[in-house]
Design a protein around this ligand. Structure first.
Ligand code: NAD
Ligand code: HSE
Length: 382
């Protein structure tokens, strides 16, 4: 008998035991059906039948909201009556949205914030207080003002509802959880160094002078690697946010103002509206070509590097030797090197694709399953 047939039979034998358990129902609401949000919705739809069958987890998509409209899969007569019909798009109202996802009977509820919005992050503490979990790749809360961050932590502590944000650093790579596991098991972070931008890694892997820099930025935007406003990537602010998130994870109360950021965006382009900036992107071509020429003349390569250690935190473009470990990544590869008390002779390294809707949505989905796992959903093969 083949191993596959044998395995199949033993799985069939195990199935009735699991099928006897009532499913755990988790209501899900998605905020921001952009690139990541849409990929998350696809993954949810694809995986839900298997999760119900094999893990007894029923994920119910209850609602979706963008910045102006929300769709409620709604059988509430009063609510529908006000809108002139059921299951229609209505004007967005985030707290009404959250209450609808939570449902009237205290079901478990998770909101997936797939925006890059500070206004949405402002609601986290209230949602957590109400017992609604939040999963997100949005960096604004975890890297934003410390007062709001502490209020979110207090709300989570008080209600037991959780905020998970693995997708904020390294997209689908296990960066935040790896650091948290190190800290929770008693290790201490001494330094983090890495390439934390998928967009900038991709740009500098491709930028050899044969194609204008602006054209590559447009391509990265079309591939879904950049932030909604690509200046967040090019200025280094997106990487600074990630460094702040990692620092706070390690117990350091770092703020964005504490990070020395060396921006690639010319001052004249920094204040433009996003659409206008995309129009004048070619204004970056000459300074970027000059930067590349200097690196080539020195026999090196351009890489965007972030560093946090006892001397401070910094992000910016550097000229690295061709033999440097950071010079050999591919595509959107991020590299995160954690130096800790335990990993002192040789850093612990997490490396791999660091941007893109699919991998980021998978991090959001994993966070959702982490919430379900804490409620007792079995995810191991034992
Ligand atoms: N694209 C990636 O590779 C990647 C990787 C890691 C993390 N992220 C993060 O994921 C998030 C989404 O990125 P994206 O590339 O999908 O962006 P996107 O611009 O494609 O999507 C953002 C969505 O949010 C919606 N939105 C904005 N403000 C809103 C509000 N106030 N209420 C409701 N909806 C609102 C927009 O309408 C849009 O649908 C960002 O926080 C980004 O930093 C993205
Ligand atoms: N724009 C971000 C997405 C991942 O956070 C990047 O390129 O790294």
């Amino acid at each position: 008998m083949s191993i596959a047939v044998d395995l199949h039979r033993s799985l069939l034998r195990a199935a009735p035991v699991r099928a006897a358990l009532p499913p755990l129902v988790v209501n899900v609401g998605v905020i921001g059906p952009g690139k990541v949000g849409t990929a998350f919705l696809h993954q949810l739809r694809h995986a839900a039948p298997r999760l119900l069958r094999e893990c007894r987890l029923e994920l119910r998509l209850r609602a979706v909201s963008d910045s102006r409209h929300m769709w409620l899969d709604c059988d509430d007569e009063a609510l529908n009556g006000r809108m002139g019909g059921a299951q229609t798009w209505r004007p967005a109202a985030l707290d009404e949205f959250a209450a609808y996802v939570a449902g009237p009977h205290g079901e478990a509820a998770v909101l997936a914030d797939c925006t890059a919005s500070d206004a949405v992050a402002d609601h986290y503490a209230g949602w957590l207080t109400a017992g609604i979990h939040v999963v997100t790749p949005n960096k604004r809360a975890a890297s934003g003002c410390l007062d709001r961050w502490h209020a979110i932590a207090r709300a989570s502590d008080a209600s037991g509802a959780r905020l998970h944000y693995e997708g904020t650093v390294g997209a689908g790579l296990p960066v935040v959880q790896t650091l948290r596991d190190l800290i929770d098991t008693g290790d201490e972070l001494t330094a983090v160094e890495g390439m934390l931008s998928g967009t900038l890694a991709w740009l500098f892997n491709r930028f050899d002078g044969s194609i204008p820099f602006s054209q590559l930025v447009r391509e990265a935007h079309d591939l879904g690697y950049t932030e909604p406003d690509p200046r967040d990537d090019l200025s280094g602010m997106d990487v600074a946010r990630k460094l702040v998130i990692l620092a706070r994870e390690a117990g350091l109360p770092l703020s964005l103002d504490d990070v020395a950021v060396n921006s690639l965006v010319p001052a004249a382009l920094a204040g433009l509206a996003r659409e206008d900036f995309m129009e004048v992107l070619p204004a970056m071509d000459a300074p970027m070509a000059e930067l590349l020429a200097r690196a080539q003349a020195a026999g090196g390569v351009l890489r965007h590097v972030a560093r946090l250690d006892r001397d401070g935190a910094s992000v910016g473009v550097q000229v690295l030797e061709r033999g440097h470990a950071f010079a050999h990544g591919q595509l959107t590869d991020n590299v995160v090197r954690f130096a800790t008390r335990r990993y002192c002779d040789n850093a612990l390294v997490v490396q791999g694709p660091g941007a893109g809707p699919e991998v980021t949505a998978a991090a959001v989905f994993t966070d959702l399953l982490r919430v379900a796992g804490a409620m007792g959903v079995k995810r191991c093969a034992c």
